[in-house]
Design a protein around this ligand. Structure first.
Ligand code: SF4
Ligand code: SF4
Ligand code: FES
Length: 371
């Protein structure tokens, strides 16, 4: 097939940027990375891009196609050619460009290092000198976060664009990988550090990272889990945490989000006083309901019952964050057959004891009920 591409070339020494068009003959199965290789081999040896494994393992070939981050070795060109599209390829966002499609990954690694991306088990020699064993089910809890490789999410992160110091989705997903590890003993210290300025509460929940992650890590879910764990450990002084807590309290007590009280509950009374003039302006135009008496929903008992049900099911901390079905299907995270300690072949459920509760326990029970 004939593959046409436009590539944003960049010469950092001269500071020049130019959009160049290329066309090459490529096999039907060719990926974007194969096409770039062909262009470099046959047409323009000066084209710069990174690659290593060619099989979605190393994370080196992150770049943008038509404005969205992709792994070049995971992107098949066949359908794009069939549609008649000529895609535009450019370097990843939020990182300085060195040349053409190559970015400087140092800011990415600096944030990675900032979350202490290694196990801190609180001992140097395992208990009684033996290895420290952990069940597969307990490791399932951090299975997704352990798959992280590339930086595509950082390229797409809106918060990072506004605040380059924001720790960002990849580093925070790595942080969750250790907060969720049963062997780690630095949980409180980690959660405190990740809850600081530029940390978990600075995420705007745009979900672009989750949408673009090629490995199903679901970094936004990882950030949500960190937030839930932080609150469970009473690390909740940040405005983001107070904001989230008020959503829960308000919906439980009245069945509504009482927005009039949201600002003082989030920012504190003193800071809120500075907003009085603005609030009065809103009230004048009928945009602020009177705070007293609080508006209670007619069926508030249902909201309370839902809250009680979730509390009774023990969905506390990270356990309360539902795993993304999209990611689970993408990585084929299904029940599998394994050999147990006694040598027997058994079915191991990803949501077995010690792991996360199943995201849809009610439906599952119905599925499993004898007819
Ligand atoms: S979370 Fe996904 S997109 Fe981000 S670095 Fe890890 S694998 Fe790449
Ligand atoms: S959800 Fe948060 S971390 Fe992910 S891209 Fe958006 S702002 Fe960044
Ligand atoms: S070359 Fe390794 S992930 Fe693409």
């Amino acid at each position: 097939m004939k593959v046409a591409l436009k590539i944003w070339r960049f010469d950092a020494l001269e500071g020049r940027r130019a959009l160049r068009e290329y066309e090459v003959d490529a096999p039907e199965w060719a990926t974007l990375l194969d096409v770039l290789d062909l262009i470099k081999d046959r047409q323009d040896g000066t084209l710069a891009f990174r690659k290593s494994c060619r099989m979605m393992i190393c994370g080196s070939c992150g770049m943008r196609m038509d404005g969205a981050a992709v792994l070049a070795c995971r992107t098949r060109m066949g359908e794009i050619v069939e549609s008649g599209r000529v895609p535009v390829v450019s370097a990843m966002g939020n990182l300085p460009i060195v040349k053409d499609l190559v970015v400087d990954m140092e800011p990415f690694w600096a944030k990675f290092r900032a979350v202490n991306p290694y196990l801190r088990p609180g001992y140097t020699v395992p208990p009684a000198g033996r290895e420290h064993r952990i069940s597969q089910e307990r490791m399932d809890v951090i299975h997704k976060e352990a798959l992280c490789i590339c930086g595509c999410c950082v390229s797409e992160c809106n918060s990072m664009e506004a605040d380059p110091d924001f720790l960002g989705p990849a580093a925070l997903a790595k942080g969750m990988r250790f907060v969720g590890d049963a062997r780690d003993r630095a949980t409180t210290e980690r959660l405190q550090a990740y809850s600081d300025e530029h940390g978990i509460w600075d995420c705007t929940r745009c979900y672009f990272c989750q949408e673009r992650c090629p490995k199903g890590v679901d970094p936004r879910d990882a950030i949500a889990k960190l937030g839930a764990e932080a609150m469970q450990h009473a690390i909740d002084s940040d405005m983001g945490a107070r904001h989230a807590k008020w959503f829960v309290t308000s919906s439980k007590t009245t069945g509504w989000l009482r927005e009039t009280e949201l600002v003082p509950k989030t920012q504190g009374v003193v800071k809120s006083l500075k907003e009085v003039k603005f609030a009065m302006g809103l009230a004048k135009h009928g945009k602020v309901p009177p705070p007293f008496p609080p508006h209670v929903a007619k069926h508030v008992s249902e909201a309370r019952a839902l809250h009680d049900l979730l509390s009774a099911e023990g969905h506390e901390g990270a356990q309360g964050i539902v795993q993304s079905e999209k990611a689970l299907s993408r990585i084929e995270f299904e029940a599998e057959q394994v050999v147990d300690e006694g040598g027997e072949l058994v079915v191991r459920e990803p949501y077995g004891p010690g792991s996360f509760p199943h995201p849809k326990p009610v439906e599952r029970e119905a599925e499993e009920a004898p007819s």
